[in-house]
Design a protein around this ligand. Structure first.
Ligand SMILES: *Cc1c(COP(=O)(O)O)cnc(C)c1O
Length: 415
C-alpha cells in the first residue's frame, strides 16, 4: 500500500509514524548516552541481538532509528544507518566495502569533500579512478579485477551533470560491483535511485533533508538487493552469512559503530521534523529556481545553467529521472569575476554563504571559495569559471527573488 500513496502523505504517515512509547506525534529526543535494564539477563540479550533494545547511543538510539526508518522508507531501501555528517556517511560506506589494494571508480564534478576523501583513501591503499562520465563505456574501460565500487552523484553540484542510473548500474552490475549514489542534491523527492538500479544511496542530510540549515548529518540507505561476492568483496567476508544484508550488518555491527560517526539525537530530531516538509519545500524551491533561471537567462551578458532550460546538456533527465523538476541549484556566468562580485554584493535577500539546501536563498562565488585549492583545470572540470555564481534557491516569494536578482544584474552593468 505504501508505494501507492503520495510522497508527502508517506512522509507524514509512513509505517514508522506515531509508534512512540507515549503516543507522541513526533519521536521523543532520547538525549541519553546509555539505556538501563531490569536484569543483567536482559542486557545480555540486547548485546547478543536476541532482543530488540538499545544499550549505548553510539550504537543505537530510538531518535536515530525513527529518522533512519523515515528516510529509508522514502528511498525504498531495506535498511539505513544515520551518520554524524554527509562525509561520515560517504567514508563509512566506502570503507565498509573497500580495503587496502581495492579500487573505486568515481564520477567527475564531485563534491569537494568527496574528492579530498578519495585522496585520503590513497594513503590507506585504496585507489580511485576518476571518470569524466559514468557511462557504460567509461566504466567498462576503468574496471579492473580490484574494482569494488562505482561512486557518483546523481546531480553534480555545481556542474549539474546528471548520472544515468540505468546505464551506470547495468555497467557496474555486469562487472559484479555495486553502484553507490550521493543523491544529496536530488533529494528523495526528485528521485529514488534504489528504484532505478542503484544499490546504495547516501545523503548529506545537512542540506535539503534537514532543510532549515540547523543540523549536520548524513545517512546511508541500502537496497538490500546487491548480490555480494565474498571472494571479491573480502572487506565484507566476515558477514557472508548475512548474504545480501552483509553491507548493512558490516556497517551497523562493525565499521560504522567502530569509526564512531553516529548522529546526535538532537540532530536526528531536527532533521526528522525538517524532512516532514521536504516535498513542499522541493516543489517551491524547484518552481522558484525554474523562474529565476528563465528570468536571468533573458538578461544581457548572463548565461544560465539550469536543468530545465532546453539547451542544458542533461535536460532529458528532468523527465527521465527527476520527476519533471530541475532541483534547487543553478549557476550563471556574469562575464567577469568583478561583475559576479558586484551582483552578489548587490543582492538584498540572498545570503552569501557556503551551503546549499537552506530555506533561504544562498549565493557564492565558487572559484574564489569552494574551488580555491583545486587549480584551474580541476575548477573548470567542475563547471566553475572565474565569472560563475552559484545560487542555492530558497522558498522566498518567487516575485521578490526574481526582482532581487534582476535588479542586481542590471545595477552591475552600470558601475
Ligand atoms: C554537503 C555535501 C556533502 C558533505 O556533507 P556534510 O554533511 O557537509 O558532511 C557530500 N555530498 C554532497 C553532494 C554535498 O552537497
Amino acid at each position: 500500500m505504501e508505494d501507492k500513496i503520495g510522497f508527502c502523505t508517506k512522509l507524514l504517515h509512513g509505517s514508522g509514524a506515531q509508534r512512540y512509547a507515549q503516543r507522541e506525534i513526533l519521536p521523543p529526543i532520547s538525549q541519553v548516552t546509555a539505556f538501563s535494564y531490569e536484569s543483567m539477563e536482559e542486557l545480555e540479550k540486547v548485546f547478543a541481538h536476541k532482543s530488540m533494545g538499545y544499550a549505548y547511543s553510539r550504537i543505537g538510539n530510538p531518535t536515530l532509528s525513527a529518522f533512519e526508518q523515515k528516510i529509508c522508507e522514502l528511498e525504498g531501501g531495506m535498511g539505513a544507518v544515520s551518520c554524524s555528517s554527509g562525509m561520515s556517511a560517504i567514508s563509512s560506506a566506502l570503507l565498509a566495502i573497500c580495503e587496502s589494494g581495492d579500487e573505486i571508480i568515481a564520477g567527475s564534478g564531485l563534491y569537494g569533500g568527496s574528492i579530498d576523501l578519495f585522496h585520503d583513501l590513497e594513503k590507506l591503499g585504496i585507489h580511485t579512478r576518476f571518470a569524466d562520465r559514468l557511462d557504460r563505456e567509461t566504466i567498462g574501460s576503468l574496471v579492473t579485477e580490484r574494482t569494488r565500487a562505482v561512486f557518483g552523484e546523481l546531480i553534480s553540484n555545481p556542474s549539474l551533470t546528471v548520472l544515468d542510473l540505468e546505464e551506470a548500474s547495468e555497467a557496474a552490475h555486469e562487472a559484479g560491483i555495486p553502484l553507490l549514489v550521493d543523491s544529496t542534491t536530488a533529494t528523495p523527492y526528485l528521485a529514488n535511485p534504489l528504484r532505478m538500479g542503484a544499490d546504495i544511496v547516501i545523503h548529506s542530510t545537512s542540506k535539503y533533508i534537514n532543510g532549515g540549515g540547523n543540523a549536520i548529518g548524513g545517512i546511508i540507505i541500502d537496497s538490500g538487493h546487491f548480490p555480494w561476492n565474498f571472494e571479491k568483496h573480502t572487506a565484507l567476508s566476515e558477514f557472508r552469512k548475512y548474504g545480501r544484508m552483509a553491507f548493512l550488518l558490516r556497517l551497523r555491527a562493525d565499521l560504522w559503530e567502530n569509526l564512531g560517526g553516529c548522529m546526535a539525537p538532537m540532530n536526528a530530531f531536527l532533521s526528522f521534523i525538517g524532512a516532514d516538509t521536504l516535498g513542499l519545500r522541493m516543489e517551491r524551491i524547484c518552481e522558484n529556481a525554474d523562474a529565476l533561471a528563465r528570468a536571468l537567462n533573458e538578461e544581457e551578458g548572463i548565461t544560465v545553467s539550469y536543468l530545465t532550460l532546453p539547451d542544458h546538456p542533461c535536460h532529458a533527465y528532468v523527465e527521465k529521472q527527476l520527476r519533471g523538476y530541475g532541483g534547487g541549484i543553478l549557476t550563471f556566468r556574469a562575464g567577469s569575476k568583478e561583475r559576479a562580485f558586484r551582483i552578489i554584493n548587490h543582492l538584498k535577500y540572498a545570503l552569501i554563504a557556503s551551503n546549499i539546501g537552506d530555506l533561504r536563498t544562498l549565493v557564492i562565488h565558487p572559484a574564489s571559495t569552494l574551488y580555491v585549492h583545486s587549480g584551474k583545470e580541476g575548477t573548470e572540470a567542475a563547471g566553475v569559471f572565474e565569472d560563475t555564481v552559484r545560487v542555492s534557491v530558497g522558498i522566498e516569494d518567487k516575485e521578490d527573488l526574481v526582482a532581487d536578482f534582476i535588479n542586481a544584474v542590471r545595477a552591475s552593468r552600470e558601475e
